[in-house]
Design a protein around this ligand. Structure first.
Ligand code: ATP
Ligand code: MG
Length: 249
């Protein structure tokens, strides 16, 4: 579909088109479209922009990845459809590999996603040779070099159950989730309440900026961060936006 640039919902429509393409290419599944719809609804009532609390979470997420011993970035079908190029760029800038990890598992889809990410020059793990104990879903199938041994895991568009299991396995979890009320958002160590299409480019900028930063400064960024405060700010931002809209009527 051709979306005219002048359309007031241009960015949102283009994002939808990318996901539909992703489904057609076999990268994403139909369930992914529904999950995106929930995200979009939250984006709408956040004013479809990156708020200060999200910039703070994005910056701290980058600092914690730079400080990690074995960091990993998990990629699912929606992420590959929306920001394959950008997440490969983030991976290279942070020198952190990607791992394909799917809720609706199929070998074929894993390969398609891995090939797409590799085409942008990223290092991608997708062996699926070990299981994370305590998880029923196929998301338990992970790579022994990646999520399994990682100390810090960036999991965009995560599902609450797996976030809980990653925490139980002692991992420091960074989530990207537009819903500040979700179990994932509440369980993660750092919750980026922002649309993934804005969050990853923002993180690339922070990565370039912080890459050569003194380790003590990185530690200070992580130490000073308070995720409960960030989530409170996100919920308050929704309340304030709704109050403003109601006031304009
Ligand atoms: P939980 O199990 O954590 O309570 P959930 O069941 O609502 O969460 P899922 O449907 O498993 O979550 O995953 C989708 C989540 O991803 C939603 O919370 C949604 O807000 C978020 N999401 C979807 N699309 C985007 C996007 N483009 N950017 C950021 N977040 C998104
Ligand atoms: Mg869920």
């Amino acid at each position: 579909m051709q979306v005219p640039r002048s359309h007031p919902r241009y960015t949102s429509l283009i994002t939808r088109e990318k996901l539909v393409e992703g489904v057609k290419e076999g990268l994403a599944v139909l369930e992914g479209l529904i999950a995106h719809g929930r995200g979009e609804a939250f984006d709408y009532i956040l004013g479809e922009r990156t708020h200060d609390f999200a910039y703070e979470a994005e910056k701290t997420a980058v600092a914690s990845i730079l400080l990690a011993k074995s960091p990993i970035i998990s990629v699912n079908g929606n992420t590959a459809s929306l920001v394959a190029k950008e997440i490969a760029e983030l991976s290279k800038t942070l020198n952190t590999p990607l791992e394909v990890n799917l809720f609706h598992y199929s070998k074929e889809r894993v390969k398609k996603i891995a090939d797409k990410l590799k085409s942008y020059g990223a290092k991608v793990y997708h062996e699926g040779d070990v299981s994370l104990e305590g998880l029923e879903s196929t998301r338990r199938i992970v790579d022994s070099r990646g999520i399994y041994k990682a100390d810090v895991v960036l999991v965009p568009l995560e599902d609450g159950d797996r976030c809980e299991v990653l925490k139980r396995h002692g991992k420091f979890v960074i989530a990207i989730d537009l819903n500040p009320l979700s179990r994932t958002a509440r369980m993660a160590d750092i919750t980026i309440v922002d649309n993934i299409v804005r969050a990853i480019p923002n993180m690339i900028k922070f990565a370039r900026e912080l890459k050569s930063t003194n380790i003590n400064l990185l530690k200070k960024i992580v130490r000073d961060y308070d995720n409960r405060h960030v989530l409170r700010e996100a919920i308050s931002a929704i309340r304030d936006y709704l109050t403003k809209m109601a006031g304009e009527l």
